[in-house]
Write a protein that binds this ligand. Structure first.
Ligand code: NAG
Ligand code: NAG
Ligand code: NAG
Length: 393
């Protein structure tokens, strides 16, 4: 870049058509023609040095700004990080964050930062089917590293809730890849369970989804009071775009502590396993039944305790049924509907072109269109490539 200045100054005058016209010659040429050969040499060297310095500082820019974040938070190899396009954005956004933090005195700084601490949270309750581990890692990769979907603010934690079912080795790996592990006890006692026979029947339909007993344990997300707000995602949510828009999207104030995306009328979901996409699934259909696989939540210990005491609902969908009962639109604390584009609970090929942010399905076994599955496999490939290079360099 700076090297084009290193040729003899005469090349400027031949290359520049204006030098023969009425306009005065460029400043550099004028200076050059009036100086001795030694002075000119010196100037050329200085310009070259400046060029080299400019190139170096441009290349090192992301590292200089983000060294701390990269090494302490993400355990990232800076070389790999630099190869990804988000490095530049990341540098810019961390500049921006730093500017904000330095306004005001130290006390209010700490208060403010704890108030606005946010996190993406998922729940890994079993790895008997290893695809759950794969999709959990993919979700993490998409949130932290994939340039197509990364949260470019790099300001939000990724928390994975685990139970005793998950061994130390797995937890260590997830932590190495950037997660904060939050191990919790089962929440089983006192909750209503579906009838056994009913359950077994549904199990066959759900083809070996073995961990129904864990479902109430997911309610722990309401007790993550270190965070002012969390976005809970089932570990089979696949991102198409960065979810960072959701945090200050329309309705994200969630007055009763819960926002999400509904499915058609709750009447269809009380006691049936027929989660088939309704034929009239349009924006006018009432979506009053919340899908508990994607929820914006304001954690609150009292709310958590209220939820664990909730009874009187039909338990077919366990924690999802409980949540829908407590946050019923006809009750005292209705849940808040968010922009339906944030997640498609019935992924279709067209969703990928219509601006959806994410698709919710077990891509390795649910009946989803082949090109949707191909997009997911591509995501997995991107993740594998990323970690492969990460380990080589
Ligand atoms: C369980 O089955 C019994 C008998 O079929 C029925 O009376 C009861 O309501 C069912 N309970 C639940 C929670 O579905
Ligand atoms: C909920 O969180 C509080 C503190 O944040 C903790 O003391 C309590 O044990 C948690 N409840 C459960 C059931 O884990
Ligand atoms: C918990 O329930 C009590 C009693 O119904 C209610 O007064 C309180 O507002 C609820 N708390 C939250 C945080 O929803």
């Amino acid at each position: 870049m700076g090297l084009q200045f290193s040729g003899p100054s005469s090349s400027f005058s031949t290359a520049n058509p204006s030098s023969n016209g009425k306009l005065p010659p460029p400043a550099i040429q004028r200076l050059s023609s009036s100086s001795t050969p030694n002075k000119r040499k010196l100037r050329v060297i200085l310009i070259q040095l400046f060029g080299v310095f400019f190139l170096l500082s441009w290349g090192l820019y992301p590292f200089l700004l983000n060294n701390e974040g990269l090494t302490t938070r993400l355990h990232l190899n800076p070389v790999v990080e630099a190869l990804l396009p988000q490095s530049h954005d990341k540098a810019l956004s961390s500049l921006h964050v730093n500017e904000k933090v330095h306004v005001g005195n130290d006390e209010t700084e700490e208060e403010d930062s704890s108030k606005v601490k946010e996190a993406y949270v998922t729940f890994l309750s079993s790895i008997k089917d290893e695809n759950y581990l794969l999709s959990t890692r993919l979700l993490m990769f998409q949130l932290l590293h994939d340039p197509l979907t990364v949260d470019k603010t790099h300001s939000r934690d990724i928390v994975i809730i685990t139970t005793n079912e998950i061994n130390q080795e797995t937890e260590d790996m997830l932590q190495d890849e950037g997660a904060i592990i939050q191990k919790v006890d089962y929440l089983i006692d006192g909750f209503i369970l579906p009838n056994q026979s009913q359950h077994e029947e549904s199990q066959q339909q759900k083809s070996n989804n073995n961990h129904w007993k864990d479902q109430y344990t997911k309610l722990h997300i309401f007790n993550l009071t270190d965070y002012s707000k969390i976005l809970y995602l089932d570990n089979d949510v696949f991102l198409l775009k960065s979810l960072e828009d959701i945090w200050d999207s329309e309705n994200s104030e969630i007055p009763f502590g819960l926002g999400g995306i509904g499915e058609r009328s709750k009447q269809n979901y009380v006691e049936s396993d027929l989660r088939i996409e309704p034929s009239i699934y349009d924006n006018n259909a009432e979506r009053d039944y919340l899908n508990a696989g994607f929820m914006l939540i304001r954690p609150d210990q009292e709310l958590f305790e209220n939820l664990t005491k909730t009874r009187g609902y039909k338990p077919f969908y366990m924690e999802q049924a409980l949540i829908n009962h407590y946050f019923d639109w006809e009750g005292d604390h209705p849940w808040t509907p968010l922009d339906t584009k944030f997640v498609s609970h019935y992924p279709k090929v067209s969703d990928m072109k219509e601006g959806y942010y994410s698709l919710h399905a077990k891509m390795w076994k649910d009946p989803v269109d082949g090109s949707v599955k191909a997009a997911w496999r591509e995501g997995v490939q991107r993740m594998n490539d990323f970690w492969h290079w990460q380990r080589i360099i």
